[in-house]
Write a protein that binds this ligand. Structure first.
Ligand SMILES: [Zn+2]
Ligand SMILES: [Zn+2]
Length: 159
């Protein structure tokens, strides 16, 4: 029997080598812990939590790094996009909100790792710092090689 559950969300890495589908709606969170900062190369990780059984790889498979004795972080071996975090003994796992095709659909409901929160994160609220749109930056060839935010045929290749 095939799995007839329909995906409620899809996502994948920047280059498109690894794609996934989520079979239930995840709960969003943010984690400021030092391990999440390092794993995503950013000030915090934005994560979407759901049962491990509800995450299906639809193209390629991620590489993995064991970041602690009980934690595994998966990423694209080709482009480096951080994709998941999970504890070995947990029934749930997390996918990175930024790798979802519709990241705005999973707003954070909880904040973790606040002991490591960088003080300047508070400055990121709209209006606190000078702001620009991407198209206001100097002209250069911005032809995207990033996988689009929707499903594509298996033979999709970047430009
Ligand atoms: Zn990739
Ligand atoms: Zn963390």
């Amino acid at each position: 029997m095939s799995d007839v559950r329909r995906p409620v969300a899809t996502g994948g890495c920047q280059c498109g080598a690894v794609r996934y589908a989520l079979l239930s709606g995840p709960e969003g969170s943010v984690c400021h812990c030092r391990m999440c900062q390092k794993a995503v190369g950013g000030p915090f990780a934005a994560l979407a939590r759901l049962p491990k059984d509800d995450v299906v790889w639809t193209r390629g498979r991620p590489a993995a790094f064991r970041s602690s004795a009980s934690g595994l972080r998966e990423f694209c071996r080709d482009c480096g996009t951080p994709l998941t975090f999970a504890y070995d003994d947990a029934r749930h796992m997390e996918v990175t909100i930024g790798s979802l095709d519709r990241p705005g659909g999973t707003p954070p409901q909880r904040v973790f790792g606040v002991e490591s929160r960088l003080a300047w994160v508070a400055d990121l609220v709209p209006g606190r710092l000078p702001e620009m749109r991407s198209d206001e930056l100097p002209a250069r060839d911005r032809t995207s090689r990033q996988h689009p935010d929707h499903e594509t045929p298996a033979d999709w290749k970047p430009l």
